[in-house]
Every structure is written in C-alpha cells, then in structure tokens.
Design a protein around this ligand. Structure first.
Ligand SMILES: [Zn+2]
Ligand SMILES: [Zn+2]
Length: 447
C-alpha cells in the first residue's frame, strides 16, 4: 500500500492557509478578513493564529478560550472540536487494526476498522479492546507522539491568544543571528513567547520552510562538516551576493541592495500555501537581498489556476506556476550559480510513481550548475531519493552537502491517518548537489 505517498500531499500540506486566501492577501501584510469568514465558523481561525497586536476586527470575538491549558487531551471521537472529531471518522474509515493486519497478512477483506480508542493517546488504534492489549507493546512506540499530537491540535484550536505566532521584525544591525538550531535561532532573533516545546512545535511547522533555506545559505550555517569542498565553492558564490561587503571589496561600488536571488522551489506543495508574511523571516536573515521565490509544480496551485506573480514588499516576490519544472525552465532561459538556487522540499524523487516525472526536471536543474538542496521527511525518504538521483544522474552531479539531519526540521509530527504507525517530521533531513563541471560565468548585466 502506498501509504507514505498518500501522506505526502495531505499531511505535509500546511492547512493554515487556504489557497484562495493567499492569492488575495499576498500583497498585503495581513490576510483580509473576508476570505477567512468561512473558517471562522470553525473554532480555528487562521486570522487568530496570525493576528498581531492592535489588530482589532470582528475575529477578536472568537478569541475567547474554549479549552483551558489543563484540558487539551480528549479522545478524538469525543473532542469538543468538530475538526478533530472528523479525524477520528477518517481514521475509522480508512485505517485498519494493526493486529488484524498482522493476523491476516494484509488481506483487507478480513480486517476490521480501528474502533477502539487508546485511552492514553485518544486515537482509534485497534478493532477492539482485546486486539488493543494484544498490540499494545507495538503501539507504545508511537503512543507518546500521538498523545502529543492530540494535545497540540486541541491547543491550536483552544482559542487562547497564539502569542508564539507574533513573529519578530527586522534584526538590528548590531545583533548577530545564530543558526545552530531552533533554540538559539529563536533566542538570537528575539522571538517572543517561545516558552515551551509546544510553542516551538507550532512555529517550527511553519518556519521549517523559510528557515531551512536560510540555515543553508547563512554565514553561520550549522552544516560546516557536511558541506563538501565543491559545496563551499557554490556557497561562497551565493554568499558573495547575499553579503554585499564582498561585492564592495571587489568592485569598489556602493550597493545598498544586492542583486535579486531566485529560489526555485520545485514540486512545491505545503510551502506554496504558506502565508507570504511567513517568508519575511527568511528576508530578515538577509536584510540587503531581494528574493524572488518561484513555486513550481503541478500541486502549486489548484487545478486550472493561471500562473501569477505577486509581491509582499520590494524584497519579496512570489511566482506560482503549476507547470512542470522542465517547461518552466525554458521560460526563464538563463541561470546564474551566484543567484539562482533550487530547493526541493520532500520531492519524492525516488518514489516509483513520480520518479520518471522528476528525471527531466532534475536534469535541467543540474545543467544550470546551480546549487540544489533537497529535504526528506525521514531517513528512508532521504535515502530513497539519494539512491534514485545516483542511479538516474550519477555522472552528472557533484555532492555539495552530504545527507544530514536538518537542524530546522519541523518539530511537530505529521500523522498518517490511514496508518497511525507512521509519523513524520517535515524536512527531517537535508542534502545538496550541483551539476558537474563547475564553471561560473557571472553575468552582471543579466538582471
Ligand atoms: Zn483487530
Ligand atoms: Zn495510544
């Protein structure tokens, strides 16, 4: 069964932003209220998650807490939150009892749906209490994660003020950012209200996308040991743009703003649904650099939506396009390893269903000699993609970043509702490659 494949689009997708809303809100800092009204009928409001101080509109009326902090655990089927009760329904409809599964060797006809809810995590795990006790030792391996997830989901919808989503603005010039891990990042960037592991899980699930990018490109990147000599050359080229003092020394020209750096996010899914202001946190890491983010791939926009380009401010431009990358590539024409970079978030390059489709896109990207960074949601996912790239493009690339655990993975687990034994963390691991025969021809006029 293709359970992990099914998990990809659904579970990794960030449910906090509807696509329609994003299209409307991309040019303004805060989403408009109208587009969230449908959601306000539910206890979780996107608006409430991202509202900032002094943001007084009618959505404040739903900020009355409906669940206190000592009342966050509920069996899913008895949750006061309709959305969470829906999860129980989905698990019961599409899941199977793991003990039945074992006994009937995967013969679905003989299996029973998980009706019995584990008292410790509140998830429907087994067909009956007897099978629950029989399979308990195995279930205990993930019960704690499911319990945590249960409480986190209730907390998100508890109606409390989500102060951890009040993100800091630009960094002072005398303050150094440390990118060693989430803890010191939050500390040195002065994130308010990052008081608990739960706060960090909520925020890391959103920020894993921009900050994973930032942590690779930043001068204080934590991957000193994993970056290869070829990788150092690639990153030195990119950093000569990101940190303009290098340009000043070389050209003797005063440039307050650097050239635009293009980030090509191939196979975009969850990252293309993030509210644009989340990407400000990438921008703040490189205060002199304008970024143009290109979200490319068939899941970027709902079907039949025309591609479009929008901007948040003069340093953040976004293009959304459902094209396959190898087609989009032709539209761009020329590439520059100094200021064009690829990021692929859990692309599933090695998955049998998508491997063929990825081949021409990866080949085009390698042709450019631009750096390409790829994440995976667990060790197996990373290994599967690495193996496929080695088999399909073996002669054509150099390693720039050896596979390693991502210091800025999502700390929150995503649960596969069809198979509760599977829990993953978005962007768990990261690695990087670049087309062979590195010859930089930096074209200054080409802007
Ligand atoms: Zn059973
Ligand atoms: Zn349990």
């Amino acid at each position: 069964m293709n359970s992990l494949r099914m998990l990809r689009p659904a579970a990794i997708r960030v449910a906090l932003a509807s696509r329609a809303r994003m299209a409307q809100s991309a040019v303004v800092l805060k989403p408009s209220l109208n587009s969230t009204t449908r959601i306000i009928t539910r206890p979780l409001s996107i608006k409430s998650l991202f509202a900032s101080k002094g943001d007084n509109d009618q959505s404040t009326s739903i900020k009355q807490p409906i669940l206190s902090q000592d009342n966050l655990f509920h069996p899913l089927s008895e949750s006061p939150i309709p959305e969470i009760r829906d999860r129980a329904t989905i698990i019961k409809k599409y899941g199977t009892c793991p003990v039945c599964n074992e006994e009937h060797h995967g013969d679905r006809a003989s299996m029973h749906s998980p009706e019995f809810e584990c008292p410790d995590c509140g998830h429907p795990t087994h067909c009956c209490e007897e099978h629950y006790h029989k399979g308990k030792a195995e279930h205990d391996k993930i019960c704690g994660i499911l319990r945590e997830h249960n409480e986190d989901e209730h907390d998100l919808r508890s109606g409390r003020p989500m102060k951890e989503f009040e993100f800091p603005s630009a960094q002072g010039f005398d303050e150094a950012i440390n990118m060693a891990n989430w803890d010191v990042f939050f500390y040195t960037r002065s994130f308010p209200s990052m008081d608990s592991d739960r706060n960090m899980r909520h925020v890391s699930k959103l920020l894993t996308y921009p900050i994973t990018i930032g942590s690779v490109l930043h001068e204080s990147s934590p991957y000193k040991k994993q970056v290869t000599p070829e990788g150092l050359r690639s990153l030195a080229a990119i950093r000569s743009i990101l940190y303009p003092k290098v340009i000043l020394a070389k050209d003797g020209v005063t440039m307050l703003k650097t050239e635009t750096v293009n980030l090509y996010l191939l196979g975009a899914r969850a990252e293309s649904t993030l509210p644009p202001h989340i990407w400000l946190q990438l921008s703040h890491l490189f205060p002199q650099t304008p970024f143009h983010l290109h979200f490319i791939g068939p899941d970027t926009l709902p079907p039949n939506r025309e591609p479009y380009t929008t901007f948040l401010n003069d340093r953040l431009t976004f293009t959304y396009d459902n094209a396959m990358y190898h087609d989009y590539h032709e539209k761009i024409g020329s590439f520059d390893p100094y200021r064009d970079i690829y990021f692929l978030f859990a692309p599933g390059i090695g998955h049998p269903d998508s491997r063929e489709a990825w081949k021409p896109s990866i080949a085009k990207a390698l042709d450019t000699k631009c750096a390409m960074f790829i994440t995976g949601f667990d060790q197996t996912d990373v290994q599967t993609d690495v193996k496929a790239v080695e088999e399909d493009h073996g002669e054509d690339f150099d390693w720039i970043l050896k596979p390693t655990e991502n210091h800025f993975k999502s700390l929150k687990h995503d649960i596969n509702l069809q198979d509760l034994t599977q829990a993953i963390c978005a962007n768990w691991g990261i690695w990087g490659i670049r087309g062979k025969r590195y010859e930089v021809t930096h074209n200054q006029e080409d802007d």
